[in-house]
Design a protein around this ligand. Sequence first.
Ligand SMILES: NC(=O)C1=CN([C@@H]2O[C@H](COP(=O)(O)OP(=O)(O)OC[C@H]3O[C@@H](n4cnc5c(N)ncnc54)[C@H](O)[C@@H]3O)[C@@H](O)[C@H]2O)C=CC1
Ligand SMILES: O=C(O)[C@@H]1CCC=N1
Length: 270
Amino acid sequence: MTELGHIGFIGGGNMGEALIKGLLKSAVPAQQIRVAEPNEARARQLTERYGVICCSESAEVVRQSDLIVLAIKPQIVPMAMPGIAEAFDDSKVLVSIAAGVTTGALEGYFEGAPRVVRVMPNTPALAGAGAAALCPGQHATKDDLATAVHLFEGVGTVHVVNEAQLDAVTGLSGSGPAYVYMVIEAMAAGGVLEGLPMDTALALATQTVLGTAQLVKESGEHPAVLRDKVCSPGGTTIAAVKELEEKGMRAALIKAVSKATKRSRELGKG
Ligand SMILES: NC(=O)C1=CN([C@@H]2O[C@H](COP(=O)(O)OP(=O)(O)OC[C@H]3O[C@@H](n4cnc5c(N)ncnc54)[C@H](O)[C@@H]3O)[C@@H](O)[C@H]2O)C=CC1
Ligand SMILES: O=C(O)[C@@H]1CCC=N1
């Protein structure tokens, strides 16, 4: 067994699956993972795909696990927490990925001093290329934080932030994959409009986004500097950039991150 111990997922939906798949890829054995998933068809699917043990009872999974990943919708949290709290004890750590739900709100479901870590991951964890940020609750130890960092480093990069910053993380990298899918989709559509076959257009758009992100990361240069290197004087790119500026692309993305951040704060209020 790895140092993560037994990992129990409460909820095996989109994000639960992304993390399970990522963990298996990072060499955590399937026998170490339990999933509480009330949707029977979904539970069967997870067992068939990944060999993980699923059951419908959250309390059973909590009892069998050292680290519990809360991967249910924020709106379900108030209903699910009493059952989870009942089976919880001091030896366990709760790692919540529920958008907006604060460590204080989670701690309120328990008696004593529950060890809680709040994380905002994203679905590229499925491909081992996630971006997560996390913060400790008031009773989490340094080891708990290190364990959570270790868990999410298995499926991507991890930043430790203040809890007040986690809503902005949600608006940026938690929801961000959706914005980037829209960019890929729209660029491919532009290619198709100009005569490329869809499969070629999609492959070119995808690789362009991937390669561009890789270059930003590897070069350490500001994206604006790298963008200038693509814009030849009087060339094709500056004509396109002018169009994007006129249509407010950057302002729209800035506003999108803000809207999602605001929604995360609202979810936290219940
Ligand atoms: N989807 C995403 O990109 C991200 C989601 N999150 C957070 O992850 C959490 C889960 O989101 P998704 O996976 O997208 O939702 P989802 O709806 O795909 O998955 C939730 C799963 O929980 C199960 N479930 C419902 N009630 C339950 C209960 N009482 N006990 C155990 N399981 C129960 C459902 O059957 C479902 O399979 C949310 O809190 C969301 O804010 C965080 C980061 C990214
Ligand atoms: O849309 C949502 O609420 C979740 C949180 C971040 C990404 N998906």
